[in-house]
Design a protein around this ligand. Structure first.
Ligand code: RB5
Length: 149
């Protein structure tokens, strides 16, 4: 369960803008504190320009959670996962949103703004923010993710 005093960092390109705004408004109305990196309109932009700042913030502060959006969710997730302490999960279903927290201790959820409806996006985010890492056998697996030579 995410402490509502923690700041959730969000960012998107134009492909995820509508979903970002919908989810941001709902989370703020539910008492969450949000830092919105942008983008702030549907004007075409390059997703790395908005995803890098989100991922860097999560990378530097391991206790925070982030939400990123682009059209497919892929470019955003690929960008975020360049950071060693980031585990960004591309999710399309509620079950994936739950499992990425329980099993992978994901600290960023990536949402495909052009491929799912707004309500499903919001449901996934709520699950992501309220599901805890299971620990146990998953700890050593998660620890091995960033062990690359
Ligand atoms: C933008 O048109 C689109 O390519 C972007 O939102 C995303 O889907 C990239 O992965």
């Amino acid at each position: 369960m995410t402490d509502k005093n923690k700041i959730i960092i969000i960012g998107s390109d134009h492909g995820g803008f509508e979903m970002k705004e919908f989810i941001k408004e709902n989370l703020i109305n539910n008492g969450y504190k949000i830092k919105d990196i942008g983008t702030h309109s549907t004007e075409s932009v390059d997703y790395p320009d908005f995803i890098h700042p989100v991922a860097k913030a999560i990378n530097d502060n391991k206790n925070e959670l982030g939400i990123i959006f682009c059209g497919s969710g892929n470019g955003a997730q690929m960008t975020a996962n360049k950071y060693n302490n980031v585990r960004a999960a591309l999710c399309w279903t509620e079950e994936q949103a739950k499992l990425c927290r329980m099993h992978n201790n994901a600290n960023i959820i990536s949402i495909p703004g052009r491929f799912i409806d707004l309500e499903l996006g919001l449901k996934m985010v709520k699950i992501f923010l309220t599901t805890d890492f299971e620990g146990g056998r998953h700890i050593q697996r998660v620890n091995k993710i960033s062990q690359i030579s």
